[in-house]
Design a protein around this ligand. Structure first.
Ligand SMILES: [Zn+2]
Length: 301
């Protein structure tokens, strides 16, 4: 399941080959992904110019001329691959330099290539999704905030809106545990299991304590909140950086992105020594809210 850093890495991979370009040809091989694709989807994209790409939570937002947005969710196995034409010889279908394969799962089966975008800059952008939990939709720019997919989403973790004061305000009086609080998309959008575990380790906070510890009785931020915010941002930024650097070197279609998984300090490390300097704890795993929580009982308090 891609988390925010993986989605951001994909966005960064698509940006140079899509921004400022028009859709010259769109091949649509199915009527639906997880949900039905918009009516006359291919027809509506052809000729449109991509003005910019940004991201909201785990959605890639491709802003088109005509004040419409192509919103893309990768689901569990959605991936894009980008091919650039070999220059200067004319290009045949499917032939070209593999620029990048923005993915985190192994293998590529062409029968799951559901959409192919041929861009005016020459790039061929293919969306492949074996399990089809991904989806795409067209939303008028002005309806973005009120759209069912986006309404009620919390702040962006990498944005300025996530600060200790915000967390304290939302945590005030909350009996829910800290991990569930951070996983709640209405509070912080796009944070998932892995990066919540990592951020809590970096901040030295127990996933099991009530979220209310982030706030004083009057709703101001506590030192815990002050430590947690930079930990969340740093872990995401490090992961984005690792993903990006992998992508730049990535020329083959058989590997996976996600070099950051080698840098997890707590996630997936049950039984290993704690990675924090000076800590002699051993990482433990516990099921919490149906998901595995990895934590260090010695330094996360
Ligand atoms: Zn520790």
């Amino acid at each position: 399941m891609p988390e925010l850093p993986e989605v951001e890495t994909v966005r960064q991979g698509l940006e140079p080959v899509m921004r400022g370009c028009r859709f010259v040809h769109v091949t649509q091989r199915r009527k639906d992904l997880r949900f039905p694709l918009p009516e006359r989807f291919a027809e509506r994209l052809v000729g449109r110019k991509v003005e910019r790409l940004d991201r909201r939570a785990k959605y890639i937002l491709i802003h088109l001329d005509g004040a419409e947005v192509l919103a893309v969710h990768l689901g569990m196995t959605g991936r894009f691959s980008v091919e650039l034409p070999r220059t200067p010889s004319p290009r045949k279908r499917g032939e070209g330099t593999q620029l990048g394969d923005y993915t985190y799962e192994h293998g590529h089966d062409a029968k799951h290539d559901h959409l192919v975008f041929e861009m005016s800059g020459g790039a061929r952008v293919t969306f492949n999704d074996a399990r089809r939990f991904g989806y795409m939709t067209l939303i008028p720019e002005k309806d973005l905030a009120s759209d069912a997919f986006f309404r009620g989403l919390g702040v962006e973790p990498l944005g300025a809106d996530l600060d200790p004061a915000y967390l304290a305000r939302r945590a005030l009086g909350k009996k829910t545990d800290l991990k569930a609080f951070l996983m709640d998309q209405r509070i912080v959008a796009g944070l998932g299991n892995i990066y919540v575990c990592e951020a809590l380790l970096r901040a030295g906070l127990s996933p099991f304590k009530p979220a209310a510890r982030l706030a004083t009785r009057t709703g101001r931020s506590t030192p815990s909140a002050d430590r947690l915010v930079p930990a969340i941002k740093a872990v995401l930024q490090d992961a984005i950086r690792a993903g990006g650097s992998t992508l730049r070197d990535y020329k083959r279609a058989d590997g996976s992105v996600g070099a950051f998984q080698n840098e997890f300090q707590v996630y997936g490390r049950e039984g290993e020594p704690c990675a924090r300097g000076g800590c002699r704890g051993i990482v433990r795993r516990k099921t919490q809210g149906g998901r595995s929580t990895f934590y260090c009982p010695a330094c996360q308090r």
